[in-house]
Design a binder for this molecule. Sequence first.
Ligand SMILES: [Zn+2]
Length: 126
Amino acid sequence: MNFAHRIAVANRKIHAGADFHWYRFEAVGPDAVVMMGCVSSGLHTRGRHKGRPKYDGPPQTVVVLNAEAAAEQERYEQVVGRCGECLGEGRVSAGYRDGTLWPICPVCAGAVVSRDREPAAKTQRQ
Ligand SMILES: [Zn+2]
């Protein structure tokens, strides 16, 4: 599941603005993630965090259930009409998922359509 959907749910729960940043994610139990974030006063202008937001506002915490994040991914695919895993990019960041490296989106295989829609590449097969 793309983490963007979990962040979208969390943003909605606390009505986060553009200057709000999530900086900490902790799994709790098998089906939920506790997310911590704060409003940032701006970006670091020097040092090793240069260009990153300062996490200097009062911290806020929300819990996002896996089911809520999954529902948001479904909603995204329905409304936006793109693959909810790679957000229509056809690629996911090169991180490990279940021990496998996926430079190409494992859900749509780069076809850049949602699972509910017929991928163009497959319909061309005779
Ligand atoms: Zn995809």
